[in-house]
Design a protein around this ligand. Structure first.
Ligand code: TYC
Length: 122
């Protein structure tokens, strides 16, 4: 109720007409509840680059391990990279894309393969 402390009949009628999403902040002033826009985060494509040395089987294994997909899909992407030079493994937020790139490159170096994974704005 307004600051005076007791409710008039008129005030009570006005209160009864309020809709659920109208709120009051201590002085009888009506405000709409804020509904902040949540911006969609920028997305990044994670890419594999072709090279002449990494075995095809290893590339397929990498795709299945780090970008969960069927052997058929992994083979399709590997062949795309092999013939076109580069290809998209997936699209992620920046932090997830950075993590995928780091894990793939670490895994490839660990196995002494020159396979390169990188990212770019989608
Ligand atoms: N070009 C490689 C070969 O002939 C295969 C390959 C495919 C390598 C995709 C990297 O991202 C790659 N063995």
């Amino acid at each position: 109720m307004p600051c005076s402390g007791h409710a008039s009949a008129a005030y009570n009628r006005a209160m009864a007409k309020r809709t659920e999403h109208e709120h009051e902040h201590s002085h009888g002033v009506m405000v709409e509840p804020s509904r902040p826009e949540i911006a969609r985060p920028p997305l990044y494509s994670v890419l594999l680059l072709n090279d002449d040395y990494t075995p095809m089987d290893f590339v397929v294994e990498v795709l299945m391990r780090f970008f969960p997909m069927t052997p058929e899909k992994a083979t399709q992407i590997m062949l795309h990279v092999h013939t076109r030079g580069r290809g998209v493994c997936g699209v992620f937020t920046r932090e997830v894309a950075e993590s995928k790139v780091a894990q793939v490159n670490e895994f490839s170096r660990h196995h002494q393969h020159p396979l390169m994974c990188t990212m770019e704005r989608a």
